[in-house]
Design a binder for this molecule. Structure first.
Ligand code: HEM
Ligand code: HEM
Length: 173
């Protein structure tokens, strides 16, 4: 069983932690009722933007490093895994972008943990629509992540075909 390259595995788990943190801190970052609220809003934006940065690097690595072949399984399982992975990549880009559009529509200035985030001065109607869909896209993304994690656990516990080990850094569990 060939594993994913170590830098790719690192990015996968760093991304997973950032996405979960972005989800746990989600809410309206421009409406803080207390300094804790403000910090949570800034964490949402910072972790969300980190997801965007990580996926950019990850796609470059995906295209330049050798990747393990898909683990042979039922053709329907293999096809749905490929489709789910493609959709996850799309949502890794789209969710933070939509959040950025939404934030641009709500405020002209935003600092996340000391970083002055550049915002769109006047989002076009398409970008404004994307921003309005941010919450829906974010929730769809988290649902797909949940299904993806369940599928990985199903492979590990029931099929025992080594799929999870491919994405773990060291020896098999
Ligand atoms: C993986 C990354 C992200 C996820 C999963 C995510 C998820 C969500 C979710 C589920 C909500 C709705 C919360 C609620 O009202 O209950 C939300 C709200 C919001 N998020 Fe994100 N978000 C992400 C990244 C970002 C980024 C990068 C930004 C800004 C640069 C952002 C800006 C916002 C804003 C402004 C709202 C309030 C929306 C509104 O008032 O309707 N998000 N986010
Ligand atoms: C926010 C959370 C996550 C995201 C966005 C995510 C995203 C992805 C993506 C896009 C791939 C495809 C990699 C490629 O071929 O380029 C992948 C593979 C994988 N992920 Fe995740 N993942 C997340 C969380 C998890 C969790 C929690 C688990 C385990 C419980 C997991 C287990 C795996 C495994 C085992 C693979 C390899 C699948 C294979 O080679 O067939 N992932 N993940």
């Amino acid at each position: 069983m060939t594993k994913y390259p170590f830098p790719f595995i690192t990015l996968h788990w760093l991304t997973a932690v950032s996405v979960i943190l972005a989800y746990l801190t989600s809410g309206d970052p421009t409406r803080a009722h207390s300094s804790l609220d403000a910090l949570i809003g800034q964490l949402h934006v910072a972790t969300g933007m980190l997801v965007f940065a990580l996926v950019c690097v990850r796609v470059l690595l995906r295209l330049s490093l050798p990747m393990p072949p898909q683990t042979p399984s039922h053709p329907l399982l293999n096809k749905s895994a490929s489709a789910a992975h493609l959709l996850l990549y799309l949502l890794l880009f789209l969710t933070p972008l939509a959040g950025w559009c939404k934030l641009s529509a709500k405020t002209t200035e935003f600092s996340a943990l000391g970083w002055h985030l550049p915002l769109l001065p006047s989002p076009t109607s398409l970008l404004a629509a994307l921003g309005n869909a941010h919450e829906l896209i974010g929730n769809a993304f988290i649902t797909l992540v949940g299904l993806h994690a369940l599928a990985a656990i199903f492979h590990h516990v029931y099929l025992k075909d080594g799929v999870l080990q491919k994405m773990l850094p060291r020896r098999p569990l």
